[in-house]
Structure formats: C-alpha cells, structure tokens
Design a protein around this ligand. Structure first.
Ligand SMILES: [Zn+2]
Length: 323
C-alpha cells in the first residue's frame, strides 16, 4: 500500500470516528463512498462480439459484459439498482441494435443483479437454480445492508428488486446469439451458492465472476466452500476450451488472460497447504488466520490491500475443511 492511500484511509477513518461521535454517520459515510455509478461512454470492445464496461476499481461497481450476436444480445451483470441498470441498457443500445435481449448475473449480490429490472419486459433473464436458491433464501438482505451504508446507496437501491427468471438451468446452459455462442456454468458454492461463469466461445472470452480475480476471495455465504471453489477453478482449467481463453473478465478489477484463473488456483493451493502445515503443528484457527493474513498479504502486494481481512476468513474456512 502506498503512503498517500494509507493517509487517505487514516483520514477517512478519522472522519468516520468523528461521524460516530456526532451522530449522522450515514452522511459522513456519503463522503467516504463515491457514488457507485457504471461509467458512460467508456464501453470497450475487447473482441469481435464482446464489449466490457470496466469498474475502474470503484467499490460497489461491477465489470459489465455485453455480448452482441447477429440476432440477439446478452448482458452480464446490470449494476447496483435501477439508475445503474438504465446506464447499462443505454450502453447496450449504443453497441447493439438487436431487439432480442438476454440478461444474466454472475451472482445475486446487489451490484451485479439489481439493475436488471431497468431492462424492457421482453428481455429474457437466465439463472442457475443455485442462484435462484440464493434469491429465495437471502431475498433483499444484501441490498438492505448496502442501503444502510449511505443515503446515496439507499437512493440507488430504492425500489430495486430481483428480476424473475424466464429460463433456469442446473449445471450448464448454452445460448446461441447468432454467430456467437455463450456457455454458462454454475460453479458455486464459492463466493456465493449461485456463482455463474460465462464463456464466449468464438471469442475466447471468459467472464469469471467473483470466482477468479486479482483480489482476495470473499466467502459470503454460509454454504461457501474453499474445496468447491478450487474444484471449480480446476474444472474450468480442465474444460477443452481452456486453451482458447484469451481474455478473462472478472467481476471486479482488471482484465487479464488465463493467468487470472491459474493465479487464483495457486492462491488457494498455497492457502490449503499452509493451513494444513500450521494446523498439524497444533495451532488454532485464529492463530492460523492471523499468521496467513500477514504471510499472504506480503506475497500478494499487487492485490488491493483493503480486502486483506478476507484472507483470515478464507483461512478459517480452509481450516475447518482440513482434516
Ligand atoms: Zn459479490
């Protein structure tokens, strides 16, 4: 972490403490959280059929994918609430004239899923059954938590609700958009139960959701499993098309090549082996978590450090899964 960022964080921390003291903490948090809006007029063409709107490392903003075929268009992640969904729809209309629209989410969290209602009623929402199970179980609890963070977040999420799925699939689904094919895979429970990844076959582009990024993994569901997470990464790497992947677009952070997937698998491999060693020395879960936060943070200095506490959570989950 560089010094100026550290200073900004200290300053924000101080602001927050003052905010708590004088009350009105939501207004103070408004200062700390920039308005999470998806960028307009910044849509990038990354391959013949694929466009991406990058998150520019903004919090509560996803990387959005738009896949344009000869007949139909698929949108991957619609942003936090209706105002963001409208931006994504506007950007989609700039690069696609297709009336036939499909929508998917990498997972049910608010900044990925709650812009979908801004799309016309004719748009077709596709979900894995696992993702639907997340919706049924957690409903809008994630959005309610976000809304409590600031008035801006609450305004963005006002009136937002999950879009009803028109198509469900179990493990795999193939969507033909005309001249371009998107293969969808349910790969949870990892970040969530309903994690889904999307491979644009003709273009070699993989949308990896929160399953593989250049930031620490967040286990955000009681059903999350480090074992399943790594198995999913292995499955992705073993599928025939893996050698055809040219671009990996994670849900958050910068794009990369297949090294994004390999790098995540290595992270989990390191975590599993270090937890195994430390556990066999008789150390407690808390000790292991504390040690590995320091160890892995220094090993992964190019990943954003504000998520370092996630290493501890991940270490505890691996600890419980280690015999
Ligand atoms: Zn998420």
């Amino acid at each position: 972490m560089n010094i100026s960022r550290k200073l900004v964080e200290l300053f924000l921390g101080l602001l927050l403490s003052i905010g708590w003291l004088v009350g009105g903490w939501a207004q103070v948090l408004d200062v700390a959280i920039p308005v999470p809006l998806i960028a307009q007029d910044k849509t990038l063409r990354v391959s013949d059929h694929v466009y991406v709107i990058l998150d520019n490392d903004a919090r509560f903003v996803p990387n959005v994918g738009i896949v344009v075929g000869e007949r139909a268009t698929l949108v991957i992640d619609t942003g936090l609430g209706l105002p963001n969904g409208e931006i994504v729809l506007g950007e989609t209309n700039k690069v696609s004239k297709n009336d036939e629209l499909y929508i998917v989410s990498t997972h049910y969290h608010s900044e990925h899923d709650l812009g979908a209602e801004a799309f016309p009623p004719s748009a077709v929402m596709i979900r894995s059954r696992d993702q639907q199970q997340d919706l049924d179980e957690f409903r809008l609890s994630h959005a309610e938590r976000f809304s409590r963070m600031s008035t801006v977040m609450a305004e963005l999420l006002e009136g937002a609700d999950f879009r009803q799925a028109d198509v469900y699939f179990d493990n795999q689904y193939t969507l033909d958009l005309g001249g371009v094919t998107v293969r969808m895979y349910a790969v949870g429970p990892a970040h969530t139960r309903g994690d889904t990844v999307f491979f644009v076959e003709e273009d070699g582009v993989l949308f990896s959701g929160d399953i593989a990024m250049r930031r620490y993994p967040r286990f955000s569901s009681p059903s999350s499993s480090a074992r399943v997470w790594r198995e999913s990464l292995k499955t992705l790497m073993e599928i025939d098309y893996f050698s055809d992947i040219e671009i990996v677009v994670p849900s958050h952070g910068p794009m990369g090549g297949d090294a994004v997937i390999r790098g995540y698998d290595e992270f989990f491999a390191t975590l599993q082996s270090r937890v195994g060693e430390l556990k066999s020395q008789g150390r407690s879960a808390d000790e292991v978590a504390g040690l590995l936060i320091r160890e892995l943070e220094s090993q992964y200095q190019d990943w954003p450090s504000e998520g370092a506490e996630r290493i501890g959570d991940a270490a505890r989950i691996v600890f419980n899964e280690t015999p």
